[in-house]
Write a protein that binds this ligand. Structure first.
Ligand code: SAM
Length: 215
């Protein structure tokens, strides 16, 4: 999601109480930041944040962190937080490539990836959030029984992701090529902004869940 650059968005974000300015300083201390021992779930590439805000409202006993690369997109989430603040949700503006600088080993319980950018060129494969390079980063920050959940409407990216789960030595917990017509897997599903848009166009939604290898 690339919104038109909004002048002043970086400055607005720098002053916003829900956007963590120096997240590296909280590495290993996220539970102290939230002032509880609740599990930590993150979404990488959260866009405007609808998915995480819904989850955070439904699950006050889980701490949520949204990660987004672009200020102009994150700004929309921050504006929504001002209307309805949540104390179990915060945001970081960063490229997830350096996610291991933010969380220490085993600090994260669950990672959501929703409608991640496909990076269709082969030479950009390692930028895909479901590449083996990213699974190696997730391995570092997730708890031993930690999971990654991924949704997309892009069949090529989904096929690639299934391969990368295997290549990374992770366990495929489940996968579906039509989430919205799988009554069991769709139960409690929270639609993201992109999911609403693509499913209203008739696109099937693919989903997989993979759990960390246990070493
Ligand atoms: N998850 C939202 C949804 O499903 O509606 C937004 C999907 S949008 C296609 C993908 C988002 O991921 C964009 O906002 C993009 O800026 C962000 N993104 C892509 N690569 C990223 C990275 N390496 N680190 C952080 N955010 C990233």
């Amino acid at each position: 999601m690339r919104l038109r650059n909004i002048p002043g968005s970086r400055e607005t974000i720098a002053e916003n109480p829900w956007c963590i300015q120096q997240p590296e300083q909280l590495k290993g201390n996220w539970h102290s930041f939230f002032k509880n021992e609740h599990p930590i779930h993150i979404e990488i590439g959260m866009g405007k944040g609808k998915f995480l805000m819904t989850l955070a409202r439904q699950n006050p006993d889980v701490n949520y962190i949204g990660i987004e690369k672009y200020s102009s997109v994150l700004l929309r989430a921050l504006q929504k937080m001002e209307e309805k603040p949540l104390d179990n949700l915060c945001f970081i503006r960063m490229d997830a490539e350096t996610i291991c600088d933010i969380f220490c080993e085993g600090e994260v319980d669950k990672i959501y990836l929703n409608f991640s950018d496909p990076w269709p060129k082969d030479r950009h494969a390692k930028r895909r959030l479901t590449s083996r390079q990213f699974f190696a980063r997730y391995h570092q920050i997730l708890k031993k029984d930690g999971v990654v959940e991924f949704k997309t409407d892009n069949s090529d990216l989904f096929d690639f992701s299934l391969e990368e789960v295997k290549e990374a030595g992770w366990n495929l917990d489940f996968s579906t090529r039509d989430l919205h017509h799988d009554a069991a897997l769709n139960e409690g599903n929270i639609m993201t902004e992109y999911e609403e848009r693509f499913s209203s166009m008739g696109n099937p939604i693919y989903k997989l869940a993979a759990s960390r290898k246990k070493d």
